[in-house]
Ligand binder design. Structure first.
Ligand code: UDP
Ligand code: MG
Length: 324
């Protein structure tokens, strides 16, 4: 019976002591209103995942858990990054809840989109993507780099939903599917579309961080983009091979032209051109090697089969909701 389905909102938190009080109160309000309107079961909750914070985040989560029946907490053994923290939360919620919604702690994602997500779930969607309809509150720099990121991702063969980050609803069935993806190089927004099932989209306006600072500086963003591309597709290697073929073909043609010129009694073209071409080819070589190294590094990490995260503490509510 869909109207009795238990919802869990999963929120990864890293050094979020400043914003957490607001987040918890806004999420509490939202969950209560969903329960009151009979859209989700009364056992619905939020799960705050502390990703090895160094500030008072975990202390706050523990306190909220004690006085607020809607709050559950999960603490990872150390900082493992947003994607791992989110996956840990989702996997802990799987089996205990019927549907999950993942979102950031900073309330940049409009909470009111949750209603529309749940609506689509009740209509039969297993995955509902939250998609930003505008980015006017982001700095032009963030907007520009984010756009370049999506364009690059898709050009390189990683299928992602445009302007969708990790604000999404997933049914239990979709989470069961996700749990079978065993890779340690995580890029959830690229993996989730691979699951399949019926999916929907909800548009929302992205606001500003309510408090605290972004945990994604440019260096982390660039790493994330490189991970995204190399963990999902081998197209960059093919592009490199293609470039190599073109370069080799061009080089052969060039040599042929030089040979003809030589035979016609005219000296070969300037040395500068030759040097420039050597540099270009050397650069290309290095780039190709670097890319291969990147993939090799990924294979290396995958074969080690390390755990993606370790859990230190689970603060679940006394009576875990029974499976329906
Ligand atoms: N986060 C995390 N572990 C990290 C970095 C970030 O769990 O190592 C969480 C963070 O607390 C937030 C979410 O990931 O809930 C997104 O981070 P942030 O809002 O700083 O990124 P931005 O929106 O600026 O890209
Ligand atoms: Mg944010």
């Amino acid at each position: 019976m869909k109207e009795r389905d238990k919802l869990c909102i999963v929120v990864p938190c890293y050094n979020e002591e400043e914003v957490l009080p607001v987040t918890v109160s806004r999420l509490t309000e939202k969950i209560l209103s969903l329960i009151q309107r009979g859209l989700v079961a009364p056992e619905s909750r939020m799960l705050l995942v502390d990703d090895g914070s160094r500030d008072r985040t975990w202390e706050l989560i523990r306190r909220y858990h004690e006085k607020e029946p809607l709050v559950e907490g999960l603490r990872l053994a150390r900082n493992r990054g947003h994607q791992n923290a989110l996956l840990a939360g989702l996997m802990e919620a799987r089996g205990r809840y019927d549907l999950t919604i993942s979102m950031d702690a900073d309330l940049q994602d409009d909470l009111d989109a949750i209603d529309a997500m749940v609506e689509q779930y009740r209509e039969g969607c297993d995955i509902v993507y939250g998609v930003r309809s505008s980015r006017e509150t982001d700095t032009p720099f963030k907007r520009g780099t984010a756009l370049a990121f999506y364009k690059l991702m898709n050009a390189m063969g990683a299928e992602t939903v445009y302007n969708h980050a990790d604000y999404r609803l997933m049914s239990r069935r979709a989470l069961d599917g996700l749990s079978q993806f065993r890779e340690v190089n995580l890029f959830l927004r690229g993996m989730v579309p691979m699951i399949g099932y019926r999916s929907g989209v909800v548009e929302y306006r992205r606001g500003e961080r309510v408090a605290g600072e972004s945990k994604y500086p440019l260096s982390k963003m660039l790493n994330f983009a490189a991970d995204g591309i190399t963990s999902l597709s081998v197209r960059p290697i093919r592009v490199m091979a293609g470039l190599g073929a073109v370069l080799f073909g061009g080089g052969c043609l060039w040599l042929l032209v030089l040979l003809v010129l030589f035979l016609l009694g005219q000296g070969p073209a300037g040395v500068t051109v030759a040097i420039a071409s050597i540099w270009t080819a050397a650069g290309l070589n290095l780039l190709g090697l670097g890319l291969i190294g990147e993939y090799l590094g990924k294979v290396y990490l995958e074969t080690k089969d390390r755990p993606r995260y370790l859990i230190e503490t689970r603060l679940f509510q006394e009576d875990p909701p029974s499976l329906s």
